[in-house]
Design a protein around this ligand. Structure first.
Ligand SMILES: Cc1ncc(COP(=O)(O)O)c(C=O)c1O
Length: 381
């Protein structure tokens, strides 16, 4: 039997192994240790940020950041509904109200006009999500906020899926007031579990460091002037990350190469559509996502994915839009179909979207097999 092609396997090499052994041999396996600072410096160089605060995962990185910039009860935070659940959960953890907005029909990232139309006196932040590696238009969001006289609204980049992508030469993570990344096992750069907040704002950086370390007074051990968190990355996680960053360029190139192969084979297939890459962007795709216009419903899409799995190709559907979850219903009443804030574009794109195997180490013949299985399984749809 031909082996199953997983949706996204990590690529771990001899440097990762060497750094992990170094961490073990040093005895530093918790959240102190030399490799943490080393990973933060190397990651800062990669994304052009002055300050990198490593974290236990991307979800807590986003919560930490929102908390640090003062988001709390009574505030509203605008975000696209089409994202991984963690983006919305982080808003709820702060006690603020999530306000869901539309994505762009072609690029599938936040629609700036729709987001700006939802700004109210209570808006404290807008989170742009760089879905599948395509970068949100932070310039348009910033300009729109200025037009509204709302320079006080913070722009946050959820770059969990976009390490390596650039817009007009500027790397992901450097496009908003601050950004977060995820280094989960299926991400382009992984530390197993892991995340980071990046910013050029040194004062914010110092506050993030303080808060993630139980808010312990740096001058007085075991004195905690306010409520903090234990959101730190371990030296073992950082060890994997240090190894990954040594071959980041190769990982990015491999991702782009696999994506180009999918696009070359499938873009001209009637009904198949990839995300349009906005002008000036060089995207390092995370998952290789496409929409199949032939799919009449979410059920039809899921049946297609089940058929592909039977033939040894693992896939993922697009994220279920957050406004459709029961526990977000208190915040999504206006988003229901036909309501004033309805999100028909988001719902239609999410129902017809799927992600093909995306591991950086996929060989050409494996990519070709995925393409062949996809085309065969959609026959007769
Ligand atoms: C858009 C987005 N935001 C946040 C996260 C949360 O990251 P983590 O899984 O590291 O907690 C993820 C990832 O999985 C994500 O895709």
């Amino acid at each position: 039997m031909t082996p199953r092609i997983p949706v996204c396997a990590p690529v771990l090499g001899s440097s990762e192994r060497a750094y992990v052994l170094e961490a073990i041999d040093s005895g530093w396996i918790s959240s102190a240790g030399e490799l943490i600072g080393r990973f933060e410096r190397a990651f800062g160089a990669l994304c052009g940020a002055r300050h990198v605060e490593s974290c236990a995962n991307g979800t807590v990185a986003l919560h930490l950041l929102l908390h640090a910039i003062g988001v709390g009860p009574g505030d509203e935070v605008i975000l696209p509904s089409e994202t991984f659940v963690a983006t919305g959960n982080a808003v709820l953890y702060t006690g603020a109200t999530p306000v869901f907005c539309e994505i762009d029909e072609r690029s599938w990232v936040i629609d700036p006009a729709d987001a700006l139309a939802r700004v109210t006196a209570r808006t404290r932040a807008i989170i742009g999500v760089d879905l599948f590696g395509v970068l949100a238009d932070y310039g348009a969001l910033r300009a729109g906020l200025r037009r509204l006289g709302r320079d006080d609204v913070k722009l946050v980049e959820d770059a969990a899926e976009a390490v390596g992508s650039t817009a007009d030469g500027r790397p992901s993570g450097s496009l908003a007031d601050a950004a977060i990344f995820s280094f989960f096992g299926n991400k382009t750069i992984t530390t197993g579990e892991g995340g980071a907040v990046v910013t050029d704002d040194e004062a914010l950086g110092a506050r993030l460091r303080f808060l993630k370390n139980h808010a312990m007074d740096p001058r007085r051990r075991y004195f905690h002037p306010e409520l903090g968190f234990n959101y730190r990355m371990t030296n073992l996680q950082a060890a994997v990350g240090c190894g990954q960053l040594e071959h980041a360029g190769d990982l990015f190139a491999r991702k782009r190469r696999v994506h180009a192969r999918y696009r070359a084979a499938l873009s001209s297939v009637p009904g198949v559509r990839f995300a349009a890459v906005p002008e000036g962007q060089v995207v390092v795709p995370w998952l290789h996502a496409l929409i199949d216009e032939r799919l009449a419903s979410e059920e039809a899409r899921d049946a297609l994915l089940a058929r592909m799995l039977e033939r040894g190709v693992e896939t993922r559907p697009f994220f279920v839009p957050l406004h459709l979850f029961p526990y977000f219903s208190p915040y999504s009443a206006s988003c229901t179909r036909g309501g004033p804030g309805a999100l028909p574009r988001t719902e239609s794109i999410a129902a017809r979207g799927l992600c093909l195997p995306s591991g950086a180490a996929l060989a050409d013949d494996e990519v070709d097999r995925c393409i062949e299985v996809f085309l065969a399984c959609r026959e007769g749809l």
